[in-house]
Design a protein around this ligand. Structure first.
Ligand SMILES: [Zn+2]
Length: 196
């Protein structure tokens, strides 16, 4: 009988209970006063909602790290700097610093914070007249890292880095691109990449 009474009371409570979303908003202080007041009152008599709030609190504490807006601020953004390799024309000799001139000159090397990037432009064997880029990113964690090639604001192509930091773009037309490498904690930009 006591058990029946308990569950009967429980059912009664739940009929007048606010739904979970409302409770959540209440807990976060998002409800207007006139909506919050009856819930405050309800919580003083309802063990179920009190428990739900406690669970919500525990859940929020656990996930606090991922909910913090500062998660985005922790991403380091680097603008890659071109490293002039041996045997190459130095800047100021009439050659655009970022021009890709095929693989004869070896890969293009870049430095970005802790990371090093190497890009090798080749003729795409599967698409006559088009180019491919073989890329390699070193010095950063490469899990969940994506390499994107943009023209203006439009993402032309995007690929995921393999375990070793390799990526490949294929079937590229000549033109000016921007390369962005995006990971959970790192973002690397090569703002100007001209493929000839
Ligand atoms: Zn309740």
């Amino acid at each position: 009988m006591a058990q029946f009474e308990d569950s009967f009371k429980a059912a009664l409570y739940r009929i007048t209970c606010p739904d979970s979303a409302t409770l959540g908003n209440f807990h976060l202080g998002l409800l207007p006063d006139e909506a919050a007041a009856p819930i405050t009152k309800h919580l003083t008599i309802c063990p179920h909602c009190t428990q739900e709030i406690a669970q919500l609190e525990a859940f929020l504490a656990e996930t606090a790290v991922s909910l913090q807006p500062s998660a985005a601020e922790r991403i380091k953004v680097w603008i890659a700097k071109r490293i002039t390799t041996q045997g190459e024309a130095r800047d100021g000799l009439g050659t655009p610093a970022f021009a890709l001139r095929g693989s004869d000159n070896g890969p293009l090397m870049y430095e970005a914070g802790d990371a090093q990037l190497s890009l090798e432009v080749q003729d795409d064997p599967e698409h006559p007249g088009r180019k491919s880029i073989l890329g390699l990113v070193l010095g950063i964690e490469t899990a969940q890292v994506e390499a994107k090639l943009l023209r203006g604001d439009v993402v032309e192509t995007a690929v995921t880095l393999d375990d070793l930091g390799n990526f490949t773009f294929t079937n590229l037309a000549a033109g000016s691109y921007q390369l962005v490498v995006v990971g959970p904690t790192t973002e690397i930009h090569i703002p100007e990449l001209t493929i000839k």
